[in-house]
Write a protein that binds this ligand. Structure first.
Ligand SMILES: NC(=O)c1ccc[n+]([C@@H]2O[C@H](COP(=O)([O-])OP(=O)(O)OC[C@H]3O[C@@H](n4cnc5c(N)ncnc54)[C@H](O)[C@@H]3O)[C@@H](O)[C@H]2O)c1
Length: 374
């Protein structure tokens, strides 16, 4: 697929900072974002910068951020480094007049988030966070259902986030006791739970709901990998289930409304309505499966059509979010994710990890120096 790039005047020059695992997805998706040209990649390790530049045909490969900024003058930089580096790098970039896209989690805690958000405001530049599931085609369809009132008022949200410790990201992180993941206050959860939280914040408007978080019981050298969170707002409640043991690995959200309830499945990219029988008595037991069958046929038709048009790729939400971010930069408009949302997600994470403290028992075997740094 080739990209149609806008005229030079409207082209945003973009650089990637951090050429690890997720950088590939950014470089891949940016190819299809209108009005964007990737001019440089930067990593503290030369070989990682070089390989990314080579594979994605990027003209500049750097190990020094300042040099990259001086020589290539990007309009925006994507910070795809580990979370504990996000705040300082984002502030450095914003203070130099560069727009910034920061991968999730935005920062390690809300104090850092405030620093980045005020740097953005102070410098008149935009900052965005990688809450990409919100821009997945299926989530955008859900938003239409909500805004057109088809679900009524939302009373409860269940947000499920499955994680495969043997998957491409999990294996590297969890098998290496020295991996940066283990230094985050919330460990494995800290790196992933924002995906489950930002699916709740749009429906639960409280600044900080009552939160009760609990994990499985870790044994020495084996950090917890199961997290459950109950959230109680003024008028809406929510649950989060993060599980690395349950199969299949799921990314689901169920929204319970006063008119109707739906389950959004980000893996299958489907929306399933919770159905009740329209026919009386025993006939209802035929009616509900019949309705479900018709719905499944509709989902199959839609997904087949999107598949044939090459629109079924995993990071479709990321591409859409990038597209909206660069459109906002060009039009000097509000960023696609409100800063208040970024702040609330981070504040809720702080509260969850305050309740679940990283303790000596959680540290993977053979890395004693990590205790206390978290
Ligand atoms: N949106 C998603 O679905 C998704 C998926 C995976 C990872 N992520 C996020 O992306 C971020 C990076 O994760 P990853 O798995 O790619 O990590 P990684 O460890 O594979 O890559 C990080 C890279 O950053 C480089 N780096 C670190 N500090 C640097 C600095 N100061 N200057 C330049 N380079 C530096 C490292 O050398 C490394 O190559 C994390 O915040 C993670 O949560 C998001």
């Amino acid at each position: 697929m080739s990209q149609s790039v806008n005229s030079k005047a409207t082209t945003s020059k973009v650089a990637i900072l951090g050429c690890g695992q997720i950088a590939d997805a950014h470089l891949q998706e940016l190819r299809y974002v209108p009005g964007v040209q990737v001019v440089a990649v930067c990593d503290q390790l030369q070989e990682l910068a070089d390989q990314a530049a080579r594979r994605f045909d990027v003209p500049g490969a750097f190990t020094d951020l300042e040099r990259m900024l001086t020589e290539t003058r990007p309009d925006a930089v994507h910070v795809t480094t580990p979370p504990h580096t996000h705040a300082s790098l984002a502030c450095q970039l914003l203070n130099q007049g560069v727009n910034v896209y920061v991968e999730k989690p935005f920062t390690v805690d809300v104090a850092e988030a405030d620093e980045v958000l005020s740097a953005a405001r102070r410098n008149g530049k935009l900052v965005c966070v990688g809450h990409d599931h919100l821009f997945d085609p299926v989530w955008l369809r859900l938003q239409t259902l909500v805004t057109t009132g088809q679900l009524g008022e939302i009373v409860h949200v269940d947000s499920v986030m499955g994680y495969n410790l043997n998957g491409p990201f999990g294996k590297i992180m969890f098998n290496d006791p020295h991996h940066w993941l283990h230094r985050l206050p919330g460990g494995l959860f800290h790196n992933n739970i924002s995906h489950a939280i930002y699916k709740i914040t749009p429906f639960l408007s409280d600044e900080l709901p009552r939160i009760h978080a609990t994990t499985d019981r870790p044994t020495v050298g084996h950090p917890p990998t199961e997290l459950r969170v109950m959230l109680q707002g003024e008028s809406v409640t929510a649950n989060i289930r993060f599980s690395s043991r349950a199969r299949p690995v799921q990314r689901l959200a169920t929204l319970y409304g006063t008119k109707a309830s739906v389950e959004v499945d980000l893996e299958a990219r489907t929306i399933r309505w919770c159905r009740s029988a329209k026919l009386p008595g025993a006939l209802g037991k035929l009616d509900v499966p019949w309705q479900q069958l018709r719905e499944a046929a509709g989902n199959l038709r839609r997904n087949t059509w999107d598949f044939l048009r090459c629109r079924q790729h995993y990071f479709a939400g990321m591409r859409e979010l990038f597209t909206r971010f660069y459109a906002a930069i060009r039009a000097e408009q509000e960023p696609p994710i409100p800063y208040e949302e970024i702040r609330r997600v981070t504040a809720w994470m702080d509260e969850i990890f305050r309740q679940y403290k990283f303790t000596e028992i959680d540290v993977p075997a053979s890395i004693p120096d990590l205790v206390g740094q978290a």
